[in-house]
Design a binder for this molecule. Sequence first.
Ligand code: GDP
Length: 176
Amino acid sequence: MSKPVTSIKLVLLGEAAVGKSSIVLRFVSDDFSENKEPTIGAAFLTQRVNINDHTVKFEIWDTAGQERFASLAPMYYRNAQAALVVYDVTKPQSFIKARHWVKELHEQASKNIIIALVGNKVDIVDENEEERKVAREEAEKLAEEEGLLFFETSAKTGANINEVFMGIGEKIPLKG
Ligand code: GDP
């Protein structure tokens, strides 16, 4: 018997160059590229994963991080059941931006939206701890206060990427 399929609309938000497209590429194709072209507007991709006895189909909207596209973001998060708010653990400004996205989502998105706070490029910190500019504790505190899932990831090595999506999938009410 085929497994029931639950579709999840998921949006990625975060400053330009934090690695949103790379996270999606790693999740969907298990691949990584050092010199990715920036996303213009938004890109759409899907990926299916099995969670317990269900198939979860992620419908992923990867938005552009550039400020000039910021006004388009509500179009993508308004109907989303899940959001990844991504920052770069080596870029403090990107964490400030992530705080803003979390606030905006809580004000404007669906009340039930599941949000994961994702600190990406942790491979750089693993090589040299001095590169870390956002403390893990600070991000954990934000996640706890705001009811977010929290992961530190590397799209480059693949560390924790599947865990982000599985974590979201496990929180979504499944059909059937
Ligand atoms: P986006 O604008 O947020 O979608 O970011 P991109 O996915 O285009 O990535 C921006 C740059 O960061 C690219 O040069 C990527 O190769 C690089 N990058 C993305 N993720 C990682 C990561 O986990 N570690 C490292 N070291 N570089 C990364």
